[in-house]
Design a protein around this ligand. Structure first.
Ligand code: ITT
Length: 195
């Protein structure tokens, strides 16, 4: 079996490929499958968007396809940026632009609690679907710390480890992140499905 990963985000792709390594299945990116489609992420939930991404790429390549829709939900911002995390500072904004916007919105925040959410959806050409959700809790720092990872990692601090996600190496992030939890559950469901 071969699985296509429906993402254009290079940081995510590195994490997902590593998370799926122990399946012993060939995993290729949508670029490697030569699928150049922009999926309009207009769903109201992470679940809706992950299904939509998996569906559109799966239709184009006719192979089992896995998509991840994820984002940062901040208590003080009533769950924002949420499903808009990628476009929080505009369509082509950099990770730094997004972080700067977040920190300015949180200048006088009474709470800095936040969580990352990841919804993973694996769709098969016959319509079968496996889904899983993972969450990772932390708080938003006032300044960036660390250079690993991607997105909001430099300001997402986890008390238990006294580190931001950007101060962790990939191995450590892939043990505790929202994505790690979602993909661990998805792999368990896939193993049952294949038996
Ligand atoms: P694809 O849709 O092509 O997969 P994307 O970056 O647009 O790529 P999303 O729509 O799921 O993906 O947006 C998720 C955004 O949330 C992502 O761009 C980051 O800004 C942020 N994000 C998600 N997971 C993250 C993580 O593990 N660390 C830091 N930021 C993360």
């Amino acid at each position: 079996m071969k699985i296509v990963v429906a993402t254009k985000n290079k940081g995510k792709l590195v994490e997902i490929k590593k998370l799926l390594l122990d399946l012993g299945i060939e995993v290729i990116s949508q670029d490697e499958a030569n699928i150049n489609i922009e999926v309009l992420e207009d769903g109201k939930t992470f679940e809706e968007n992950s299904y939509k991404k998996a569906y559109e790429i799966m239709k184009a390549c006719n192979l089992p396809t896995i998509a991840d829709d994820s984002g940062l939900c901040v208590d003080f911002l009533n769950g924002a940026p949420g499903v808009y995390s990628a476009r929080y500072a505009g369509e082509n904004a950099s990770d730094d632009d997004k972080i700067n916007k977040l920190l300015s919105e949180m200048k006088n925040a009474s709470s800095r609690a936040a969580k990352f959410v990841c919804c993973a959806c694996l769709l098969f050409p016959n319509g079968d679907k496996i889904e899983a959700r993972g969450e990772c809790f932390g708080e938003i720092l006032n300044e960036k710390k660390g250079t690993s990872g991607f997105g909001y990692d430099p300001v997402f601090y986890i008390n238990e480890f006294s580190k931001t996600l950007a101060q962790m190496d990939l191995e450590q992030k892939n043990k505790i992140s929202h994505r790690a939890k979602a993909f661990l559950m998805l792999k368990e469901k896939l193993k049952q499905y294949l038996n």
